[in-house]
Design a protein around this ligand. Structure first.
Ligand SMILES: [Zn+2]
Length: 339
C-alpha cells in the first residue's frame, strides 16, 4: 500500500462528502481487481487509517500516543480529549474481533444468500449478521457524487410501508397488498434519478405522492442549469423544472409517446425499477427504516454485475471502511423511520 494512499485515507473523515466520493473513485482505480481477497484485506484496511501519523477519531487532534494493547490490538490515547481508540474506532470493524468472517459475509451478500444460509457459512448467528449487514450499508450509504451530467431521467417507485421485525406488531409486517387503490399515504415513495453515464440516486423520499420540495431535497444539489430532466407527466416535476429553469421533457403515462425526439425517455430508470423490485423480492419485505440501506446495496450490485465477485467484495469492504460508522446493535434496532 502506497504512502500516498495511506495519507489520503487518514484524512478521509474530515473531507466533505463530495470529496470522499473522489477518494472513493481513486480507491476503485487503486484496488487491483486480480488480487486475492483474504485475511490480508482486513489488515490492509486497518493500515489505511493509522499507519502513518495518528489523528484522534473524536476530536481530530494529532496529539496521539500509544496506550497499551486492547484485545491484542494497539490502542491509542488522545492527549487533547483524553479518549482512547484503536485503528478501527468509528468504522464497522469497531469492537468486533472477527476479520475473515466479515469477508465471508460480504461474499454471501454478493451471492444473494439468505441470512440463515450465511450464518451457517460464516459461523455467526443470523441476528448478528443482520446487524453486520446494516452496519456495512450505513457506512456505504454515505458514498456520494458531485453532479449529474446531461440528460437526467427521474421517476418514482413505491413500496408499502413496513415495520417488519418490530416486536409486538401484528397484521401486515411484510408489505403485501395495500387496502387502497392508487398511491396512498401508506406507500413509501422512492425517487430514482439516473443520468446517461449511469450515475444514479435512489432514495426514500416521502410517504405517498411526491411533491416538488421532495424532488429538490433528493436531487436538487446534484443538478445544474446544464441538465435536462425527463419525467412522467406528474405535475410536481413540471413545477419543479420550471422553478429551477431546467429544460424538461414530460412523457404521458397513458401509453402514448414513450420517447421524445429519439432520446428523451425514462426507460433506463424504469428498467432499474423493475430490476430493483425483482432483487428486493428475495427479502420477502424489508422494514421501511432500512429501505435506504437496501437501495444502496442494490445500486452497488446493479452497477457492478460485470465485475468478478472477488473484486466486488474487496471494493465493497474498502468503500464501507472509508466512511464513519458509529452505529451499535441497539442504535440500529431502536432507530425509527423518518422522512
Ligand atoms: Zn481527541
Amino acid at each position: 500500500m502506497s504512502k500516498a494512499f495511506r495519507n489520503l485515507l487518514k484524512h478521509i473523515g474530515s473531507l466533505p462528502r463530495s470529496k470522499q466520493e473522489q477518494v472513493y473513485q481513486w480507491v476503485k482505480r487503486y484496488v487491483d481487481p486480480s488480487s486475492p481477497v483474504g485475511g490480508r484485506l482486513i489488515d490492509e484496511m486497518r493500515e489505511t487509517r493509522f499507519k502513518e501519523g495518528f489523528e484522534c477519531p473524536r476530536c481530530a487532534s494529532e496529539h496521539v500516543v500509544r496506550f497499551g494493547k486492547y484485545n491484542g490490538r494497539q490502542r491509542y490515547r488522545c492527549k487533547c480529549c483524553g479518549k482512547t481508540f484503536t485503528d478501527t474506532t468509528n468504522t464497522f470493524l469497531y469492537r468486533t474481533r472477527k476479520g475473515n468472517e466479515w469477508i465471508k459475509f460480504v461474499e454471501c451478500m454478493f451471492k444473494g444468500f439468505s441470512l440463515r444460509k450465511s450464518a451457517e457459512i460464516v459461523g455467526v448467528t443470523w441476528v448478528t449478521l443482520f446487524y453486520w449487514r446494516h452496519k456495512l450499508l450505513n457506512a456505504l450509504k454515505q458514498m456520494d457524487f458531485e453532479q449529474f451530467e446531461g440528460i437526467v431521467e427521474v421517476d418514482e417507485t413505491y413500496f408499502l410501508y413496513s415495520e417488519k421485525g418490530k416486536r409486538g406488531i401484528t397484521g401486515r409486517k411484510r408489505g403485501g397488498k395495500s387496502k387502497h387503490r392508487g398511491i396512498s399515504k401508506e406507500q413509501v415513495c422512492v425517487l430514482v434519478a439516473r443520468d446517461r453515464t449511469k450515475t444514479t440516486i435512489a432514495k426514500v423520499t416521502c410517504m405517498g405522492r411526491i411533491v416538488k420540495s421532495q424532488v429538490d431535497k433528493i436531487i436538487g444539489s446534484k443538478l445544474t442549469s446544464e441538465n435536462v430532466l425527463v419525467t412522467d407527466a406528474w405535475r410536481a416535476y413540471k413545477t419543479y423544472a420550471k422553478e429551477k429553469g431546467l429544460e424538461h421533457y414530460r412523457l404521458k403515462s397513458d401509453g402514448g409517446t414513450h420517447v421524445i425526439k429519439g432520446i428523451y425517455h425514462i426507460q433506463n430508470v424504469n428498467g432499474l425499477h423493475s430490476r430493483l423490485k425483482q432483487w428486493i423480492d428475495r427479502f420477502k419485505g424489508v422494514a421501511t427504516k432500512y429501505l435506504d440501506n437496501y437501495l444502496t446495496w442494490f445500486l452497488f450490485i446493479d452497477s457492478r454485475s460485470n465485475e468478478s465477485t472477488k473484486h466486488n467484495i474487496k471494493e465493497f469492504l474498502l468503500s464501507s471502511f472509508v466512511f464513519e460508522m458509529t452505529d451499535t446493535y441497539d442504535s440500529l434496532r431502536l432507530s425509527k423511520f423518518s422522512v
